[in-house]
Design a protein around this ligand. Structure first.
Ligand code: TRP
Length: 429
C-alpha cells in the first residue's frame, strides 16, 4: 500500500469513528429525554413522575383494558372475592400476555405465579405491593407461587453488606412475606444461595443464550460492572420456567407440547423489573421454554414526591413495616409532599394538585373504601377539604395496616419459615 493510500485509509477510519461517536452522543441525548427505568436506577424527566404511556410503548407491553378487568372480576367473583382495587384503580396498569393465563385458567391447565425480593434491608410498604397482589391471585386462581429471594443479587450490588448481614435481612423479610397470607401448601420461598444447585442447569442454558452485548443493551451494563452482575440476569430469569422446579411441581400435570416444556408462568412485579423478563421472553423459545406472562405495577412514590422511588437506605422516604404509630404520623406530617395550596386562601381558590400530591397517591393505594376515596378526590381537588384532613385519613389508614401486619408477623415462627423454604411437592388442584 502506498503512503498516500494508507493516509487516506486512516482518514476514512477516523471519519467513521467520529460518525460513530456523534451517533452515540445523539443516542445519549435522546435517552436523556426519556425516563430512565432499569432494575438499578430510575429517573423521571418530569415533575409528575414517569410517563407510563411512553414506557408501555417502549417495552412493547399492553395496557390492561376494561375487557380484561371484567374477565378478572368475573373469575374473582366466582370465588366470592372482590377484584383487588389495585387492578381496578390502575396501580397494576400493563401486561405481557396476561390473557394466556386467563385462558389456561378457563381450560383448567396448570400455571404458576412467580415474584421475588432482594433482601437488602427492612421492608417498607412499597415492597409489599407485589406480594399482596400475588397472594390475591393465588386466592382467585388457586395456583402455586414461587418466591425468589435474591440474596446473591444484593451481595453483588452492595459493597457495604457482608453475606451474614444479608442473611439476616433474608430471614426477617421472609417473615414479612409470609405475613401477607400465602397458602403454605402452595407456596415455595427460596434463597438463591440455598437453592442455586437445583437452578444451575437452567441458569447455564439461559447464560449460553444471551450475549454480553445483549445484556449491555438491556441492563445498561458497562465495562466497570463486576462479572457477577453481568451473569446475574440468568438467575432472576430461570424461576419463570417451570422446568426449574421439577420437585416443586411434581404433582402438576405434564404438558404435551413439543415446542416448549412445562407450563405458563405469570410474574407480578414493578415495572423496573421488566428488563429481566423482556430478556427472558426474547430467549424462551430458543431454549424450548414458554415465554412468561407479566403484570406490571407503577412505582410507589417516595414520601418526598413522584420523581423518585422509595429508598431502603433513607428511613424518611418510606413507611416501614416496623414503624410505630407515632413515626407514621410524623413522617406523613413532616415529609409527605403536598399538592395543596400554599396558603389557606390559595387552597380554597385553586384546590390541591392531585397529580403531585403524595398523601392522595398513598390513599389511592391503601384506602380500600372506594366512596371515601372519591369524596377526597373531589373535595380535596376543589379545595373544600384541607391537607390536614387528608393527611389525617392517611395516617389512620396506614397505622391500622402496619399494626395488623406487625401482629401477624409476630406469629410467624422460624418453623413456619422453614416449612415455606423446604423444597417439596406443592399441592395442585
Ligand atoms: N430483583 C428483585 C429485587 O431487587 C427481586 C426479584 C427476584 C424479583 N425475582 C423477582 C422481583 C421476580 C419481581 C419478580 O427486589
Amino acid at each position: 500500500m502506498s503512503q498516500k493510500e494508507e493516509t487516506k485509509k486512516e482518514e476514512t477510519k477516523k471519519e467513521e469513528t467520529k460518525k460513530e461517536e456523534t451517533k452515540q452522543e445523539e443516542k445519549k441525548e435522546e435517552t436523556k429525554k426519556q425516563d430512565l427505568v432499569t432494575p438499578y436506577e430510575i429517573k423521571a424527566v418530569s415533575e409528575t413522575g414517569i410517563d407510563y404511556d411512553k414506557l408501555v410503548d417502549r417495552f412493547g407491553a399492553s395496557m390492561i383494558n376494561e375487557e380484561m378487568i371484567e374477565k378478572l372480576t368475573e373469575i374473582a367473583t366466582k370465588k366470592g372475592i372482590k377484584l383487588h382495587h389495585w387492578i381496578r384503580r390502575g396501580l397494576y396498569f400493563c401486561h405481557h400476555d396476561l390473557h394466556r393465563i386467563i385462558i389456561d385458567y378457563e381450560q383448567g391447565k396448570p400455571f404458576f405465579l412467580y415474584t421475588g425480593r432482594g433482601p437488602s434491608g427492612q421492608m417498607h410498604l412499597g415492597h409489599l405491593v407485589s406480594f399482596i397482589l400475588t397472594k390475591h391471585f393465588q386466592d382467585i386462581f388457586g395456583c402455586a407461587v414461587v418466591v425468589q429471594m435474591t440474596d446473591d443479587e444484593k451481595y453483588l450490588w452492595n459493597r457495604k453488606f457482608t453475606q451474614l448481614q444479608i442473611h439476616k435481612f433474608l430471614m426477617d423479610n421472609i417473615k414479612d412475606i409470609i405475613s401477607v397470607g400465602f397458602d403454605p401448601e402452595k407456596t415455595f420461598i427460596f434463597s438463591d444461595y440455598q437453592y442455586i444447585k437445583e437452578m444451575y442447569p437452567n441458569i447455564t442454558k439461559v447464560q449460553r443464550a444471551i450475549t454480553f452485548s445483549q445484556v449491555k443493551g438491556t441492563f445498561g451494563f458497562t465495562n466497570s460492572n463486576n462479572i457477577g452482575q453481568v451473569a446475574f440476569p440468568a438467575i432472576q430469569i430461570v424461576p419463570c420456567f417451570s422446568s426449574t422446579f421439577p420437585k416443586i411441581f411434581e404433582n402438576f400435570p405434564k404438558s404435551k407440547s413439543k415446542k416448549s416444556r412445562g407450563f405458563n408462568c405469570l410474574i407480578p412485579c414493578a415495572i423496573d423489573q421488566a428488563p429481566y423478563f423482556r430478556q427472558a421472553r426474547e430467549i424462551a423459545y430458543r431454549i424450548k421454554e414458554k415465554k412468561p406472562s407479566l403484570i406490571y405495577a407503577k412505582f410507589f412514590p417516595a414520601l418526598q414526591g413522584h420523581k423518585t422511588k422509595m429508598s431502603s437506605s433513607k428511613q424518611t422516604t418510606a413507611i416501614y413495616l416496623t414503624d410505630k404509630p407515632n413515626q407514621i404520623k410524623n413522617k406523613i406530617n413532616k415529609h409527605a409532599f403536598s399538592g395543596g395550596g400554599r396558603t389557606k386562601e390559595e387552597h380554597e381558590k385553586f384546590g390541591a394538585d392531585l397529580t403531585v400530591d403524595v398523601p392522595y397517591a398513598y390513599l389511592k393505594v391503601f384506602l380500600e373504601d372506594d366512596e371515601l376515596l372519591e369524596e377526597i378526590r373531589v373535595k380535596y381537588g376543589n379545595g373544600t377539604m384541607g391537607t390536614v384532613q387528608v393527611k389525617r385519613t392517611l395516617i389512620e389508614t396506614l397505622q391500622k395496616i402496619v399494626k395488623k401486619h406487625q401482629e401477624t408477623k409476630a406469629q410467624v415462627t422460624d418453623e413456619t419459615v422453614e416449612l415455606f423454604m423446604t423444597p417439596r411437592a406443592l399441592k395442585f388442584d
